[in-house]
Design a protein around this ligand. Structure first.
Ligand code: C5P
Length: 234
């Protein structure tokens, strides 16, 4: 059984700012998430440099295009030696299968591949009225997770409130990676549906993605350690 981890969201606009943040960690090498902002600002070199510093990386680019294009893009990403990457489940099972093919290196190894189900910013009302998806968010998340499993993916990115549902539908080995994490005594920022690290763990999250509660803390290293302690119990 996977032990999981706390992943810090490196939501910074430049390499300098990201390195200044990471330089504060003298003893640990946290698992980090590089998202669109940092990747588009700095290109693939930022991934190579952070890898060289010894961190595991979740490359959060949420690919969504025709299967052939996603397959080719994933083949390029497979050279970057990231540990985890993702795409939108809405691209269909065919797209997810093609992505998996592209991501798999000639020696059979590949990073973990996760599907985004419904973004936590999408409300049920908007999903129904604007996207014309006539179902509940819960049913959509469950179906998208099942599609990802059928395509051979390793798990999904979802709200911590949906992790238990995903585990129920897809089995305990199917991984759940959940943003929207806040300490019991910290502010919610713009996150609407939040959970503490401890509750996320007991609710079925394998990995939690934590941004501002760590990056904006007065003492980010202490905040990271608190998160690990609450989530992993060590
Ligand atoms: O600062 P905070 O802890 O809210 O950061 C959460 C991170 O997870 C951000 O990088 C955000 O883009 C990402 N994320 C999210 N909700 C999703 C998917 C990704 O908050 N549904």
């Amino acid at each position: 059984m996977n032990k999981g981890d706390v992943i810090i969201a490196l939501d910074f606009p430049s390499a300098d700012k990201a390195y200044a943040f990471l330089d504060q960690f003298k003893e640990e090498k946290p698992y980090v998430k590089v998202g669109m902002e940092l990747f588009y600002a700095e290109g693939p070199q930022i991934v190579r440099e952070i890898k060289k510093r010894g961190h595991k990386i979740f490359l959060d680019l949420k690919l969504h295009d025709i299967p052939n294009t996603v397959k080719s893009a994933m083949a390029v990403l497979s050279h970057l030696d990231v540990d985890m990457t993702n795409l939108h489940a809405a691209g269909t099972i065919d797209m997810m299968k093609a992505a998996l093919e592209g991501l798999t290196r000639p020696d059979g190894t590949r990073p973990m591949l996760l599907a985004v189900t419904q973004l936590t910013s999408t409300s049920e009302e908007r999903m129904q009225n604007e996207l014309l998806i006539n179902a509940s968010i819960a049913d959509t998340v469950q179906k998208y997770a099942q599609n990802a499993k059928e395509a051979g993916l390793d798990g999904v990115v979802c709200s911590p409130l949906e992790a238990a549902l995903v585990k129920q539908a897809c089995g305990s080995a199917f991984q759940t990676v959940t943003p929207g994490i806040r300490f019991a005594d910290s502010i919610a920022d713009d996150q609407a549906r939040i959970m503490t690290p401890e509750k996320a763990r007991s609710g079925g999250s394998d990995y939690i993605v934590v941004g501002r509660p760590i990056t904006k803390a007065d003492d980010p290293v202490a905040a990271y350690r608190r998160c690990v302690k609450e989530f992993l119990g060590c």
